[in-house]
Ligand binder design. Structure first.
Ligand code: SAM
Length: 291
């Protein structure tokens, strides 16, 4: 049977991305957002929240490698990791590949996302069915960060865009709480939006981080599924730096294999283009050049 169905993500009425859909696998309206899983013709299964592409089977490895392995290879001994959001499971999957990790707590607000991914996207969600080191909490990450007494070596904010329940995840109160939840050498990495389309959101995120953390950086990656393809993560810490404190021999020693991340890319991801550097002047400590 031939399908003429496409999903389109539209950005501010100026730009749209279309993906050919073979079949709609899941479609629900939860308390927080619409949640859809579709089988696409070119990108495998795709998760959309409120019509925005979250992950596709074809390129989820890029996002999940870069949000996870960068901080976990900078921290010398990441025993405890907190993931906020990340309901598809891809980030928790990557965290749990690190032998040093003794416990990963994941706090996702929307059970519907978890259920949809467990049912339809095992590629990312397998660990959500149960893993001895994973504590999966269905709840608000903002509330969790405020109330927990646990300390984490690395916190990963794998959130949707700053709308709805994710809006507070971009604010100062949340990051003050994150600072308190981090251990002495702690690092927080967050989904940092598009350098092209969300320049102002990036600026305000970095202003918030600068008000709280002594070290603030940004790094970029390219994928197939987010508007414009070029995207960022923010990196903030109590002291550790993503290049100076990166011991590349730990990547070899881990014997982990990756499809996107590698030692060279770890460093080069922090070499951001000039337009991006100019825009974020005074807000990041990325090196100008290493050569
Ligand atoms: N890779 C994705 C992206 O950037 O498009 C993010 C994927 S993950 C599915 C994002 C998750 O964050 C969503 O499932 C959403 O429900 C969750 N989320 C949003 N606000 C949250 C909050 N306050 N606490 C916990 N999880 C939250």
């Amino acid at each position: 049977m031939h399908s003429n169905l496409w999903v389109e993500e539209v950005f501010e009425d100026i730009y749209g991305m279309r993906f050919k859909v073979e079949k709609v696998l899941y479609s629900q309206k939860s308390e927080f957002q619409t949640v859809d899983v579709v089988e696409t013709k070119g990108h495998g299964k795709m998760l959309l929240n409120d019509g925005l592409v979250m992950i596709t089977e074809r390129d989820e490895f890029v996002y999940h490698d870069m949000i996870t392995h960068v901080p976990l290879f900078v921290h010398p001994n990441p025993k405890k990791v907190l993931v906020i959001g990340g309901g598809d499971g891809g980030t928790a999957r990557e965290v749990l590949r690190h032998a040093a990790v003794e416990k990963c707590v994941m706090v996702e607000i929307d059970k519907c996302v978890i259920d949809a991914c467990i049912e339809h996207i095992p590629q990312t969600s397998e660990v959500l069915k149960g893993h001895e080191k994973l504590e999966l909490i269905v709840g608000d990450g903002v509330k969790y960060a405020k109330e927990t007494t646990e300390k984490f070596d690395v916190i990963i904010v794998d959130s949707t865009d700053p709308i709805g329940p994710a809006a507070p995840l971009f604010g100062p109160e949340f990051y003050n709480d994150i600072y308190s939840c981090l251990s002495e050498n702690g690092i927080v990495v967050s989904q940092g939006e598009s350098p092209f389309f969300n320049a102002d959101v990036q600026k305000s995120m970095l202003e918030v981080l600068n008000g709280i953390f002594p070290k603030v950086f940004i790094y970029n990656f390219s994928n197939l599924s987010y508007p414009g393809g070029y995207w960022s993560f923010t990196f903030a810490s109590k002291g550790l730096e993503p290049i100076k404190d990166f011991d590349a021999s730990r990547v070899d020693a881990s014997k982990l294999e990756f499809n996107y991340y590698n030692k060279g890319l770890h460093t080069s991801a922090f070499m951001i283009p000039s337009f991006h550097r100019k825009h974020l002047k005074g807000l990041i400590q990325n090196p100008e050049t290493l050569f």
